[in-house]
Design a protein around this ligand. Structure first.
Ligand SMILES: Cc1cc2nc3c(=O)[nH]c(=O)nc-3n(C[C@H](O)[C@H](O)[C@H](O)COP(=O)(O)OP(=O)(O)OC[C@H]3O[C@@H](n4cnc5c(N)ncnc54)[C@H](O)[C@@H]3O)c2cc1C
Length: 449
């Protein structure tokens, strides 16, 4: 039998491009692949998967390079990178968009904006739509339009076929519906390689944005007011709050409202009336300016960092808030922070079993972040995140699969709750030989063929 050849733009360690091609957003989990293939079309993806299987070479799938644990990289293996497949076609009559699997969020938002439309996604422009959607997708429109995956209509995916092959299939609500269900929150890299997504798009023109800053002295009061208010306020308003380290002396709440600024001002009163804000900014802007406002440039640049997270299904007690304060007063460096986004609204409407994204009852997503410069600072930073995670665990539930953390021992329950068994069923149907695997991938049930 003739062996399959790799097709597409191929980069190996001898090429000058290799140094940049092998690097992901997280520099602290370095990997050295043997070959990186930048696929140009679905046929290149099929060939790459066949090549890896025929040559028995480990492989990973990559799009936007933002996996916290670099699950999209592997030492000595093949990286099937789809980032150069990023065409976007909008159908204004049907209000749908077909987006190739390698598009990043910045490209998606700017392309859809030309048609006065958008999809609800995340905030950083360099994040890949693929990883984001497959794990759920939260952002500044979640409470009004739902999670990114709630707006998904169809995927085209290259899956393993038989013992050595690969084939392109479609999944939607009527066809391969179990796989489609799994693609709505089951996490990237588990079932196959998405070559294109079709989304329902929403009309959008102007929105209102805000930013309010307080000092450290308002810590408990501000967080408490925000956590009770943010998941319950008008569904058109999605907000975030960042508790910075004591050294930074800043608490910042920000958000986006699909409505006018005078209405937003009224909705924000519980926040603006709390503590002593040092800065209040409220403005009505074209939607694309809001996209830029939330696109923090530092998140797009590769760095040494550790991130992990959880969900809150109930507001935090005073003790839990003081625990956060204690950790932020004793952070490894000033860049450590705890970040939160409000959920509820449309993101909370589906039943936990309706999609693979399980945490529909969560009111808040909470993230622990640290970033450092020198390799010898790593230990202390990793320890801070894990100790913080443990200390808050009596008050939190699960973790978001898009914020994977190698130190979470019971990751199946943490990422997938009661949906894990169903996800294993889907895995067994579409990838029974466990071709798509990484340290926290969904295992198939063993079958005797
Ligand atoms: C700075 C930063 C900001 C973030 N902001 C947000 C946010 O606002 N909202 C939010 O919900 N999340 C956010 N995230 C988390 C983000 O959703 C995940 O990191 C996501 O997995 C990134 O996808 P990617 O394609 O960029 O990454 P990659 O590292 O390329 O891939 C991530 C995972 O998906 C798999 N994968 C990639 N492409 C495909 C494909 N085509 N088919 C199948 N599997 C694939 C990979 O194998 C890997 O397991 C952020 C992350 C970072 C680092």
């Amino acid at each position: 039998m003739e062996m399959t050849k790799l097709t597409g733009r191929i980069v190996t360690p001898n090429d000058v491009e290799y140094r940049m091609a092998r690097v992901n957003n997280n520099l602290s989990v370095p990997k050295f692949p043997k070959v990186i293939v930048f696929c140009q079309n679905a046929n290149d993806v099929v060939n790459a998967l066949k090549w890896a299987r025929e040559n028995r070479i480990p492989f990973r799938v990559r799009s936007g390079r933002h996996s916290y644990e670099n699950f999209s990289l592997v030492d000595g293996g093949l990286i099937i990178d789809v980032s150069e497949m990023n065409k976007i076609t909008v159908n204004c009559e049907k209000m749908t968009a077909k987006i190739e699997g390698g598009a990043n969020l910045g490209h998606v938002y700017h392309s859809l904006w030309k048609y006065g439309t958008t999809i609800p996604g995340g905030t950083e422009s360099s994040v890949g739509l693929a990883g984001l959607t497959l794990g759920g997708g939260i952002g500044m429109l979640s409470r009004w339009f739902g999670l990114t995956c709630d707006n998904l209509l169809e995927v085209e995916m290259v899956i393993a076929d038989g013992h050595r092959g690969a084939k392109l299939i479609k999944a939607n609500r009527n066809h391969n519906s179990d796989l489609f269900w799994a693609c709505c929150g089951g996490g990237g890299g588990n079932f196959g390689i998405v070559t294109s997504f079709t989304f329902k798009v929403h009309s959008i023109s102007k929105v209102s944005i805000f930013s309010i800053t307080w000092g450290w002295e308002d810590f408990e009061e501000v967080f408490d007011v925000w956590q009770h208010w943010a998941p319950k306020t008008d569904e058109r308003l999605t907000t975030e709050i960042e508790l910075k380290s004591k050294e930074m002396n800043q608490i910042i709440a920000q958000g986006e409202f699909v409505g006018d600024s005078s209405m937003l001002k009224k909705l924000l009163r519980p926040l603006t009336d709390t503590g002593s804000p040092t800065n209040i900014f409220i403005k009505e802007v074209p939607y694309i300016d809001a996209v830029q406002f939330f696109d923090d440039p530092s998140g797009n640049v590769p760095s040494h960092h550790k991130r992990s997270g959880s969900f809150l299904e109930e507001p935090f007690s005073k003790k839990a808030i003081l625990t956060m304060k204690h950790f932020l007063a004793n952070a490894p460096n000033k860049n450590s922070n705890i970040w939160h986004q409000s959920l509820g609204g449309k993101a909370g409407e589906p039943d936990p079993k309706d999609t693979a994204f399980y945490y529909r009852d969560a009111i808040i997503a909470q993230e622990y972040n640290t970033i450092w410069n020198k390799p010898d600072e790593e230990r202390e930073n990793l320890r801070w995140v894990e100790e913080l995670r443990d200390a808050l665990s009596p008050y939190t539930t699960g973790d978001y699969v898009n914020w994977p953390d190698q130190f979470i021992r019971d990751w199946p329950r943490n990422y997938y709750g009661e949906n894990f068994t169903q996800l294993r069923e889907v895995k067994t149907s579409y990838d029974p030989f466990n071709v798509f695997k990484f340290p926290q991938s969904i295992p198939p049930f063993i079958r005797w063929f």
